[in-house]
Design a protein around this ligand. Structure first.
Ligand SMILES: Nc1ncnc2c1ncn2[C@@H]1O[C@H](COP(=O)(O)OP(=O)(O)OP(=O)(O)O)[C@@H](O)[C@H]1O
Length: 238
């Protein structure tokens, strides 16, 4: 049975000043799916995400979220519709405690019956419970990343987006983040992931979208990507 489309980009074009980066992207993400956006450096992954979250205006085309065109809305309005981003570089507040990060933005944007509570977030990331009173700038890189994910979840997003969330983390911490995403997937969290670790992403995600110079060059399931090393070589340089 096909699930409802939550996010779709239709002929999306975007860029910076005179340089066009996205040349008519088309893709869908259905409710409950975990989808990755892959591609070598500079192919337009972060630019796509910026356009989706309202940080960069689409020049042409349409971005639809839950059936509604959102490409003209502010980043704030898009966030309130239930799109949460875990940005590159974590961006925790240095002078807020862990607990404050998790209560200050709490909301139930997806209107679920059992929203994330502080207790559930601490159960997902026990380390954050141990650090509840620590300030953002007293946390390790891995703890900051967990906090960034937990903070995004505290808004009960309909779509969670992670942009290079494991960048610069030790392998053991990275795996901890992946396992948390496995659990979120099992709970039905729709997620868009940009990351480099294709081997691990094949185990985590349902589908993959590969960008090549601002266009969708390949899409397929994890089984299809796993079976075609030519695609890895051609588009991902691995
Ligand atoms: N703020 C900006 N101003 C001008 N050009 C930019 C800006 N951000 C990105 N670009 C350019 O847009 C193109 C796509 O960049 P983008 O960051 O979307 O790629 P990416 O696929 O996310 O790669 P990476 O993994 O390196 O972040 C690149 O040529 C990049 O130099």
């Amino acid at each position: 049975m096909s699930r409802d489309v939550l996010l779709s980009c239709l002929g999306l074009e975007a860029g910076y000043g005179a340089s066009q980066v996205l040349f008519g992207l088309n893709f869908d993400i259905r409710a409950g799916e975990v989808v990755t956006l892959l591609g070598r450096n500079g192919m337009g992954k972060s630019t796509t995400i910026r356009a989706v979250i309202g940080g960069l205006r689409a020049r042409r085309g349409e971005i639809r979220f839950d059936g509604r065109a959102i490409q003209g809305l502010s980043a704030d309005a898009i966030a309130r519709l239930g799109v949460a981003i875990v940005p590159e570089g974590r961006q925790c507040f240095p002078n807020l405690s862990v607990r404050e990060h998790l209560v200050a933005f709490a909301d139930n944007r997806s209107g679920v019956r059992e929203p994330w509570t502080l207790e559930r977030l601490y159960a997902l990331f026990p380390r954050l419970k141990e650090r509840a009173g620590h300030l953002g700038n007293q946390l390790s890189g891995g703890e900051q990343q967990m906090l960034a994910i937990a903070r995004a979840l505290s808004t009960n997003p309909r779509l969670l987006i992670l942009d290079e969330a494991t960048e610069g983390l030790a392998p053991v911490i990275r795996e901890e983040i992946w396992r948390c995403l496995d659990r979120l997937k099992a709970e039905g969290q729709t997620t868009l992931v940009v990351d480099k670790y294709v081997e691990r992403l094949v185990r985590l995600a349902d589908r993959h979208i590969i960008l090549e110079r601002g266009r969708v060059a390949w899409t397929g399931t994890s089984a299809e990507l796993d079976a075609d090393r030519g695609v890895w070589h051609r588009y991902l340089g691995v």
